[in-house]
Structure formats: structure tokens, C-alpha cells
Design a protein around this ligand. Sequence first.
Ligand code: NAP
Ligand code: MG
Length: 476
Amino acid sequence: MFEYAPAPESRDVVDIPSAYNLFVNGEWVESLGDDRIKTVNPASEEVLSEVALATEADVDRAVQAARKAYDEVWSTLPGRERAKYLFRIARIIQERARELAVLETLDNGKPIRESRDVDLPLVAAHFFYYAGWADKLRYAGYGESPRALGVAAQVIPWNFPLLMLAWKIAPALACGNTVVLKPAETTPLTALAFAEICRQADLPPGVVNIVTGAGETGAALVRHPDVNKVAFTGSTEVGRLIARQVAGTGKRLTLELGGKAANIVFEDAAIDQAVEGIVNGIFFNQGHVCCAGSRLLVQESVADEVLTALKRRLTTLRLGDPLDKNTDIGAINSAAQLAKIRELSDIGEQEGAQRWSPPCTLPDRGFWFPPTLFTGVAQSHRIAREEIFGPVLSVLTFRTPAEAVEKANNSPYGLSAGVWTEKGSRILWMADRLRAGVVWANTFNKFDPASPFGGYKESGYGREGGVHGLEAYLNV
Ligand code: NAP
Ligand code: MG
């Protein structure tokens, strides 16, 4: 075996100021409050910068700016003019992709290979895709001249900071809305870099406003009376709270929440390919993925073969410096998330499941968790029911397709599922019965801006992406 030589991506492409203000009405403005929060690199615990903790008054200022921009500028522009700005933003993102990828990796802890090859290309693709819709809304199937909703309040999580921003802002702007977006507390930096990109693209002031802060800032944004639309991605717990707050206000709401996806491997599947899909399904982005294939359902007859191959594959995963281009598994995003992963994994052992991890040295500083799998998992175990949101796989077995469906659907969530089999008819049979927003066949975690994404049951409602994603931002 050859050892890998270190292949670190250079940090020199990013320039992180020691402090940021809020982005309101096209300007950097100081918060009206005094509180600031630090954002750290989770791989080293180094403080990267400080951002403002926006207050209710700051949020009000941002919403007012978005309202004014909506009334006076953005809603009066023809679609082809809005498209020009979106195309411009998409191109600038491509031009600055390397810088944004490094910044994302520093602030989030995900491997550079993923931010560079997955996040950033998808971010640009999303803006290109919705730029294309801006002047064609009448052909989208929502009437002759579909109208925008107004001001959109958007709150996003930390697992795909810039990609979730793109999923929110691109369709909103294409449809003619203006936005106030709050990034997650632990990953604000790429959203703030995006604010700079809006300036670079000469986007009219107030069309995009970015307010940093924690949960309370998000709550202030959601309850602001002059907001027409709330778009939230995050935990089911907070989603439920928001649904209650918004009920009866006339605000439109879409919720993209948690998941506990089943990745189902039949005995006729190409096993090596399935093993790659299992690894991608749960260890991509340290398992901080709402649609992660966190429950492996494997047909009993091939369970030993799959597990042996999977364990062998896991021993080759490289955990460490996220900026190293050879790294497969980066850092856990925060101390709080690490504590949650540890707690649920310990509960898995206490409840009687068997824990396994490949030999793997964790760095001394930062937040780390080894790739882990649990066998002997029962459906009643908490690690089979609750979202761990980390690199932890629960393995269950089944005998018949009907049993696989039964087990897969036995979850309060319904965001995604995977099916591995050689038989096309079985894929269709399964897809008909799985109660999940996305069903991947012989692949996993595949994304495309043209394809809608969203949940069933406690995974939320509304769709992002594709022509379906327009509906969330149009008055239809
Ligand atoms: P979270 O705690 O719900 O936070 C999400 C966002 O909401 C953050 O910006 C958070 O701010 C903010 N927030 C917290 N409390 C709020 C409140 N009362 N009112 C308004 N906003 C509030 O979720 P998370 O732990 O960051 O993210 C992980 C979750 O997101 C997982 O459950 C995952 O499955 C889900 N997710 C779903 C999708 C999807 O498309 N379905 C995609 C990605 C992630 P702070 O960060 O400052 O606390
Ligand atoms: Mg951070």
C-alpha cells in the first residue's frame, strides 16, 4: 500500500475579514444591537470571524428594504431583466468557485473534494436553471401571468450553507420576489460572500438582504408581519414551531425538514456498486444530510456479503484535514452536533446494537467522529428511528420486498429512499410503495436543479427544484 502524500488546497484564495456587518439594502450596515457571534473552523476550532447577531429591529430594517425593493424595482422588471441578474450571479459563482469552496470547507468542515465538486457546481447550476425560468413563467403551468408573492423570509441550516441559499434565493428571485435570508449560526460566511456577489452583479439594493444571527433572529424574521412567504429548511422540531407561528397569518409556507431514509439492497443488486452507494448515502458530508441513507435495509441472503464488503470499504476512507484533496470524511460541524451524535450512538449500544468503526485516528483538535455502523438493529431502537445527522449507519435486514417496504415506511419521516436491484420492474414496484419524496434507483444522493426535492409526513411540505419549485414563490 502506498501512503498518500498531503495535498492541501491553498487557503490563500480566501480573504476573511475579522468581522462582518449585516447586508441590508445593498449596503453593509452595523447591527442596531451590540451582540456578535464567532464562527469557527470545526476542523481546528480556530475562530474565523465574527458576525453580527441581528436583533428584531435589524430584521425589521431588512424586511423594509426588501419591501421597498419589491414595490419599486423588482416587481416592475420584466422577467428577462431579472434573468440577466440571475445569469450574472451564476457566472460570478462559477468564476469564484474555488474561493467559495475553500470558504465553505473552512466554515463548515466538509471535505474540499465535496465543496469543490458537488456543492459549488450545484449552486451555480441552480442559478443558471432558475435564470432560465425568469422570462418563461407563463409556460410553467401556473396560469397566463403568474405573480410573485412579495417578500420571502428564508431560514437555512448549516449542512449545505451555500447550496441551501441557492435553493432558496434562485427560485424566489426568478419569480419576482425579494428576500431576507438568515444563514445558520455556525456557517454564515458563504452567505456573506454571496452578499458581495450581489453587489458585484449590480443587483438592485434590497432585492437580497442577509441577516446573520441565531435561532432568535430566525424567529424574528419568520414572525415579521410584512413577510409574505416563509421558506424554512432545518429540523422537524423548529419546523413544527414555525408552522404553528405562521398558521392563520396568510403567509405562505414551505418546510424542508429532517429524514431517516432507507437504502434498500436486494440480493440481485450489483454488490460492489451498492456498497459505493451505501458509503455515499451515509458518509457523504459526514452524514449531515437530510436525505442521508441512514438506515441500510439489506436482504438477508446477501447481508453477510454486503457487510463484509462494506467494512472493507470503510477501512479505506480517509478522515482528516477537510482542505486536503484526499480527504473523504471531514469534521463534524459543531461541538453541539458532535455531542448529539455521541449521545445517540451510545444509546444504540445501550439498546443492544453492535457498534463497529474502522481503525481511524481522530485529530486532537476540532470536532470529529469516525465512520460508524451498527448491526443487530431493531426497528424500535432509537438509532433506527431518530435522525442522527452524522456518519452513523444502522443496518437492518429483510426477506421479501413487501417486508422491505413495510420497514422502510415505518418512520415518521419520508424524504428519500434508495433501491438497489437489477430488476427494473422491482424498482417501479418499490417506488410506487415507498412513501418518500425522492426514490433513487441504483444510485444515491443525486441532485439536479431540474428535479424537485421535498418530503412526505414529518419531512415537510412543498418542493424545491424544478418547475415544481416555482410554485412555492408564485401566487397560484
Ligand atoms: P435547526 O436547528 O432547525 O436550524 C435551522 C435554521 O433555523 C438555522 O438557521 C437556525 O438558526 C434557525 N432557527 C432555529 N430556531 C429557530 C426558530 N425558533 N425560528 C426560526 N428559525 C430558527 O436545524 P439544524 O440543526 O441547523 O439543521 C439540521 C436539520 O436540517 C436536520 O434535521 C436536517 O434533516 C434538516 N435539513 C433538511 C433539508 C431538506 O431539504 N429537507 C436540507 C438540509 C437540512 P441557528 O443555526 O442560528 O440555530
Ligand atoms: Mg463555522
